[in-house]
Design a protein around this ligand. Structure first.
Ligand SMILES: C[S@@+](CC[C@H](N)C(=O)[O-])C[C@H]1O[C@@H](n2cnc3c(N)ncnc32)[C@H](O)[C@@H]1O
Length: 281
């Protein structure tokens, strides 16, 4: 299905308005391929028909479906390895000390895609910190895409997906075989609440977080959007909380509300003292 320049621009503008995802001309082939599937499902036979339907204000579901089709959901269990080492060796041991009185830890996995990231966090907690069994631990895993949230909630993964990052020992301890798939056990599912959150919209109804993983999503946004999202996220963090970005990501040139922790390969950030004290709006 080939889109004209104007038709492509309409789609790119709409996706930008809904999700702040930037689609430039280089992604036109990808947009066309992904929209072909949406159009087949919806019995729409030309870009013009699709656009006419999208212009109808009642087409909320179709707009969400188009945005969903434009998301890149690449992920894997224990992606990059070292953030989970950081979690095991430093972040969780620190929280066990600083939250000893309240015995509660809130973790947010923003843009957690099909769930491999929040399940990896949950496995790290359950495997290495048995003392947390009596604590109230909540991992909120969110994404803008209903499609990936559905898989994440089901905790159901193909052999190919578990082969990407899950050791045989963790697989047999935390997953149950269901024909040619593997399903996360209740022990992991009980730790995670899955929610639809569009990072571009106001962040409502979220608790204050001790730890935030927001990995490999800011790369899809322009600097202004990154800045706005990080400002909102700063307000959802406990003053002594920590934030983890994707390995190749940085806040350099985006915001100075956070400072990067040195001595680690992980892109680990904490709030600067004056921001943590509420000095930055
Ligand atoms: C490449 S995946 C990253 C998954 C995981 N964090 C990781 O690093 O493996 C990016 C995810 O961001 C989500 N996303 C894109 N735009 C978003 C938005 N505006 N709000 C929330 N999630 C968004 C996509 O649906 C996708 O699942």
């Amino acid at each position: 299905m080939v889109f004209s320049t104007d038709e492509f621009k309409f789609i790119a503008d709409m996706v930008y308005k809904q999700a702040a995802i930037v689609l430039d001309e280089k992604k036109k082939y990808l947009v066309e391929a992904r929209l072909s599937k949406v159009m087949n499902d919806e019995f729409l036979w030309s870009p013009n028909e699709l656009i006419t339907k999208l212009q109808d204000s009642a087409s909320t579901k179709l707009r969400a479906k188009v945005v969903d089709a434009m998301t890149i959901n690449e992920t894997s269990f224990f992606r990059d390895g070292h953030p989970y080492e950081e979690l095991r060796q430093s972040l969780i041991p620190t929280l066990i000390k600083t939250r000893a009185a309240e015995k509660q830890i809130n973790i947010w996995c923003a843009a957690g895609s099909t769930g491999q990231e929040p399940y990896s966090i949950a496995m790290t907690l359950r495997q290495h910190f048995p003392e947390l069994a009596a604590w109230r631990i909540k991992i909120i895993a969110s994404d803008i895409s209903d499609r990936v949230l559905e898989q994440a909630r089901s905790g159901r993964y193909s052999q190919l997906e578990v082969n990407r990052g899950l050791s045989p020992a963790l697989l047999s301890r935390f997953f149950t075989r269901d024909k040619d798939h593997w399903v996360a056990n209740k022990e992991l599912k009980d730790l995670i609440e899955f929610r639809k959150v569009n990072l571009v919209e106001p962040l409502v109804g979220l608790p204050k977080f001790d730890l935030i993983f927001i990995r490999n999503v800011l790369i899809y946004f322009n600097v202004g959007t990154k800045k706005e999202i990080l400002a909102k996220i700063a307000k959802t963090m406990r003053p002594d909380g920590a934030l983890v970005l994707g390995t190749a990501e940085t806040m350099l040139g985006v915001t100075d509300e956070f400072e990067r922790r040195s001595g680690t390969r992980t892109a680990l950030y904490t709030l600067k003292a004056q921001c943590a004290a509420g000095g930055v709006s």
